[in-house]
Design a protein. Structure first.
Ligand SMILES: Cc1cc2nc3c(=O)[nH]c(=O)nc-3n(C[C@H](O)[C@H](O)[C@H](O)COP(=O)(O)O)c2cc1C
Length: 338
């Protein structure tokens, strides 16, 4: 191959690799609300399909902005792998233009393979050492990474997580929304929504949840009866065992910072998986605090959750993760080894 052809190939972006990264980027409830279109060999248009992201938990599009940050980081990793850098322009409606230029000093990123393998884990963890994210923690940024070892979890923190987990069952519109995103007994792993097999509960529980999916409001009512100790209620408690927690904080709540949170979270997620850890976002115990701070709690929120997300949660997370006064919790992850 002559050297001219070689260098022209080096300067050609492999669009299929970027498409693969886009297909693997996480979205809340697996809504896959971002639609993309290539308008030239080095320009990508991404738009946010609001009909797909209408989820009770996606208040003020907070979840979508964080997911957009994940998407931008995924694209950046796939571009870096090929020796390209990206420039992004993001509009208020989340419409995003991404352009690709060859990097002056290419830094091939090994993270691309990790991205293609990345997944959300919802099962049980074995005992493990806490992960080491020192490199990311050292970076001086408005968006910070904190790790809490399983052994140092306070009783208040455990109680907070358990209470936040009940949001999906007690807040009836959240329950309805949750059931809308579940695909019961569907083998297809690529479709929108979450397969019941990936919920981290056994088949008996999936059948029970399937039956309740026809009457979600009834579930919200009877789950309050303490004697009925549903096993899927127990699953959240079981899943706390051996889990370490990683919290991403931000100094501001505006969309630019939420995108940064998404980008940093993807780096955290991939580094954790590279170290052999599995990862699950815990949005009901974190993004809900952002909703509360920004004045976007649902109008029908039950008093117990209003207090949990606006008072108790911020206090507990600040204490557990030793947050500085200007650090606001945005996204929490449960982390451990299978
Ligand atoms: C902003 C955001 C919030 C999410 N919140 C949760 C969550 O609270 N619990 C959870 O299990 N997964 C959560 N996820 C993970 C998605 O459900 C997951 O990425 C999606 O179902 C696709 O599955 P995969 O990550 O295995 O490819 C979240 C993802 C994003 C981007």
């Amino acid at each position: 191959m002559n050297s001219e052809l070689m260098s022209s190939l080096k300067n050609t972006l492999n669009i299929e690799l970027i498409n693969a990264a886009l297909a693997k980027t996480p979205t809340g409830g697996n809504a896959q609300q971002f639609i993309w279109k290539w308008v030239s060999q080095n320009t990508l248009h991404v738009h946010h399909e609001s009909a797909l992201d209408a989820h009770y938990l996606n208040r003020n599009l907070h979840t979508s902005w964080i997911a957009l940050g994940c998407l931008i980081e995924s694209v950046s990793i796939a571009a870096a792998w090929q020796g390209f850098t990206i420039q992004t322009t993001v509009q208020k409606d989340l419409r995003t233009v991404i352009t690709f230029t060859p990097a002056s000093t290419p830094v091939p990123s090994a993270q691309f393979m990790s991205l293609i393998k990345r997944s959300t884990f919802r099962g049980r963890f074995e005992k493990s050492e806490a992960p080491n994210l020192h490199e990311l923690q050292r970076q001086n940024s408005d968006v910070q990474v904190h790790v809490s070892d399983n052994l140092s979890l306070s009783d208040k923190m455990i109680q907070f997580i358990k209470s936040a987990d009940m949001y999906l069952w007690l807040q009836s519109k959240a329950t309805v929304s949750f059931f809308r995103e579940i695909r019961f007994f569907d083998p297809d792993t690529t479709k929108r929504g979450i397969r019941s097999a990936n919920l981290g509960v056994g088949v008996a529980d999936q059948i029970m949840l399937y039956l309740f999916s026809f009457v979600p409001k009834l579930l919200s009512l009877i789950v309050r009866i303490p004697l009925l100790n549903f096993s899927f209620k127990q699953a959240s408690i079981r899943n706390l065992k051996n889990a370490h927690f990683v919290l991403i904080t931000s100094s501001e709540d505006d969309v630019r910072h939420l995108i940064e949170v998404g980008r940093k979270s993807m780096q955290v997620w991939l580094q954790l998986e590279d170290q052999g850890y599995s990862v699950q976002p815990y949005s009901t115990a974190s993004i809900t605090l952002l909703d509360a701070r920004a004045g976007h709690m649902p109008p029908d929120i039950l008093e117990q959750f209003r207090t949990l997300f606006s008072v108790t949660g911020p206090e507990v997370l600040a204490e557990q993760f030793h947050l500085k006064a200007n650090e606001k919790p945005v996204w929490l992850f449960r982390v451990g080894k299978k």
